[in-house]
Ligand binder design. Structure first.
Ligand code: SAM
Length: 251
C-alpha cells in the first residue's frame, strides 16, 4: 500500500496502519471480485490505490476548503469526526463514498447503485470491512430521489464518473438538503461542464461554489472537484423519469 500511504501523506491526509490495512483488504477483494464480475476497468493494484482510493480521498480536501470558509454560525462541520449524512450516487464499486467512510467512521453513508451485481459487492465489502452506518440502496437516482426517506435528506451528496454535470445535477441535487453540498470529482472537462450546467444548477436549486483543482501524486491527469451548494428546494418535478435526464439534460 506504499502508493496510497505516500500519496495520502503528500496531500496532507496521513493514514494510520489500521486504515491502510482496511484499504488493503478493499483493494484485494475488489481485484478478486473483478475477475468474476466487471466492477471496474482499473485492474492493477497500484492503479486502484491511485485512481480509486487517492482520488476519492481528495473529496476531503474540498470539504476542508468549505469548512474553513463557513462563517455562518448555523453551518455544520464537514470535517472527519462529524456525524453528517452522505449519499454516493452511482457508487459502482464504492467510489468515492467508501474510502471516505474508511477514514471517517462517524460518517452516515448511503451508497446508491443501479446495477445489482455492484450493489451486491458493496454489501459484501461493507460487511468484510466491518463498517457500521453504511446503507446500500440498489436503485436509480431518478426514482429514489422521489422517496421522502431520501429526498433533500443528506448533508453531502457525492458522485464520480456517473454523467456530465447538467445530467449529474439532476441525479444529485434533489437528495441534498438546503445548506448541504454536492461534490463531483471530475477531469479536465470540469470547467466546460460547469458552464453548460448553469441552467440545470439554477432550476434544481444549486449554486456553483467553486471548482477546486487537485493534484494526485502518481497521476498526470488534471483532476478538479466541482463544489455545489444547495441553496433552494428542488422543484418536485425533478428528477424526471429514468432515462430522461440523460436523453434531455437541462440546458
Ligand atoms: N462512482 C464509481 C466510480 O467512480 O468508480 C462508479 C462509476 S461508473 C462509471 C457509473 C456508475 O453509476 C455505474 O455503476 C452505474 O450503474 C451507476 N449509475 C448510472 N446511472 C445511474 C442512476 N441514474 N442511478 C443510480 N446509479 C447509476
Amino acid at each position: 500500500m506504499r502508493r496510497l500511504a505516500d500519496g495520502a501523506r503528500q496531500i496532507g491526509l496521513p493514514l494510520s496502519p489500521a486504515v491502510l490495512r482496511a484499504f488493503q483488504t478493499y483493494r484485494d477483494e475488489l481485484l478478486e471480485w473483478n475477475q468474476r464480475f466487471n466492477l471496474t476497468a482499473v485492474r492493477d493494484a497500484e492503479q486502484v490505490e491511485i485512481r480509486h482510493f487517492l482520488d476519492s480521498l481528495t473529496c476531503l480536501l474540498a470539504l476542508r476548503e468549505i469548512d474553513g470558509e463557513q462563517r455562518d454560525a448555523t453551518a455544520f462541520s464537514l470535517l472527519p469526526g462529524a456525524a453528517i449524512s452522505a449519499l454516493d450516487v452511482g457508487s459502482g464499486a464504492g467510489f468515492p463514498g467508501l474510502p471516505l467512510k474508511i477514514v471517517w467512521p462517524a460518517l452516515r453513508l448511503t451508497l446508491l447503485e443501479a446495477t445489482g451485481k455492484k450493489a451486491h459487492f458493496l454489501e459484501h465489502i461493507a460487511a468484510r470491512l466491518g463498517l457500521t452506518g453504511v446503507t446500500i440502496v440498489n436503485g436509480r437516482a431518478e426514482e429514489v430521489a422521489h422517496d421522502p426517506a431520501h429526498r433533500e435528506a443528506y448533508d453531502l451528496v457525492l458522485a464520480r464518473a456517473v454523467a456530465e454535470l447538467p445530467e449529474l445535477l439532476e441525479y444529485t441535487l434533489p437528495f441534498a438538503r438546503r445548506g448541504g453540498w454536492v461534490l463531483a470529482p471530475k477531469g479536465s472537462a470540469a470547467h466546460a461542464e460547469a458552464l453548460a450546467a448553469e441552467t440545470a444548477m439554477r432550476r434544481l436549486g444549486g449554486h456553483l461554489h467553486r471548482l477546486l483543482s487537485v493534484e494526485i501524486p502518481g497521476l498526470a491527469e488534471t483532476r478538479c472537484i466541482v463544489i455545489v451548494e444547495k441553496v433552494a428546494a428542488t422543484p418536485p418535478e425533478f428528477p424526471r423519469r429514468p432515462g430522461v435526464p440523460h436523453k434531455y439534460p437541462l440546458r
